[in-house]
Design a protein around this ligand. Structure first.
Ligand code: 0GY
Length: 289
């Protein structure tokens, strides 16, 4: 692993918040293990191993029932570690893959049978090289017949430029980490309001209210991020997802305790009906229907 890599928390606490039966961790990854699933040559980072057995053990420890595993950029377009985890999950995991424009219908069908339900388009420059929009549109055209959706990851500063492209996508779109707002600006700031308006204007756009540990300036327990996530949950309760982001790639300031992250959930969704939607109804509709 990279010299400055911070490995995932070795012994997260048991959450104080008891997750409802059937809760879905809708954003997490697997890394390797590299001996079995080598990292991609074009990767921008080399992480520690964090395989499916460790992910499933964390799921059980925290009280989740299911996982949605998102292909991590360190594996490039080789989705083998992801598919292996899905096949081992006993139907308790779904996946988001990364594919190129030359992916065939047979390859997509095989991934669908393994549990893949979408692709990720990544615009974060420190993670991936630039992909032309036409390439993404070709991929979108191929995957839509499978009923898949598209997960997009971008920085807040890129939202304005990306909006016309997002409007062109033919599927449900899930935005990672609320579009990464700058939490020093306030929820009324035009930048965050631009993201809120994007969701208000486009009913096919969902948001993961994830990664307070990435967005925070104050640090744990992430009080400075709560108003942003609570705002999105309140306004769009039927289009939000929550996940741990284990094993937390590229964290530089600190490594979160995953149990403490679960304790953050009732702070952004205090009402039981909102928790039910966030943790069960929404991810089940999108991934297991
Ligand atoms: C995340 C965030 C990051 C990394 C990746 O696939 C990835 O490498 O998603 C990041 O570095 O911000 O969602 O896990």
């Amino acid at each position: 692993m990279d010299a400055n890599w911070i490995p995932f928390h070795p012994s997260p606490k048991k959450p104080d918040f008891i997750l409802p039966d059937g809760a879905v961790d809708a954003h997490c990854h697997v890394f390797g293990p590299a001996a079995e699933f080598p990292f991609a040559p074009e990767r921008k980072y080399t992480p520690c191993d964090a395989g499916k057995d460790q992910l499933f053990a964390l799921r059980d420890h925290l009280g989740f029932s299911r996982n949605v595993i998102v292909q991590a950029t360190c594996h490039g377009r080789d989705n083998s570690a992801l598919v292996d985890a899905l096949k081992a999950s006993n139907d308790m995991a779904r996946g988001i893959a990364t594919v190129g424009p030359d992916i065939t219908e047979t390859e997509l069908a095989d991934m669908h049978n393994a549990g893949v339900r979408g692709v990720r388009f990544n615009f974060v420059r420190r993670l991936v090289d630039d992909t032309p929009k036409e390439v993404f549109l070709r991929i979108a055209d191929k995957i839509k017949q499978f009923g898949w959706h598209i997960v997009v990851y971008f920085e807040a500063d890129d939202l304005l430029d990306l909006t016309p492209f997002l409007r062109q996508l033919p599927t449900t779109i899930v935005v990672d980490h609320m579009g990464r707002p700058d939490v020093t600006k306030g929820t009324d700031h035009p930048d965050f309001q631009r993201f809120v308006n994007l969701m208000a204007d486009n009913e096919n756009i969902w948001s993961k209210v994830t990664c307070p540990e990435r967005l925070t300036v104050a640090g744990p327990p992430y009080a400075d991020v709560i108003p942003y996530a609570a705002h999105i949950v309140n306004r769009f309760p039927d289009r939000v997802l929550w996940g741990t982001d284990w094993p937390h790639p590229n964290m530089k300031s600190h490594m979160p305790d995953d149990g403490q992250l679960v304790d953050y959930i009732p702070k952004i969704a205090p009402e039981q009906d909102k928790q039910q939607k966030l943790l069960i109804d929404n991810p089940m509709r999108l991934y297991w229907a």
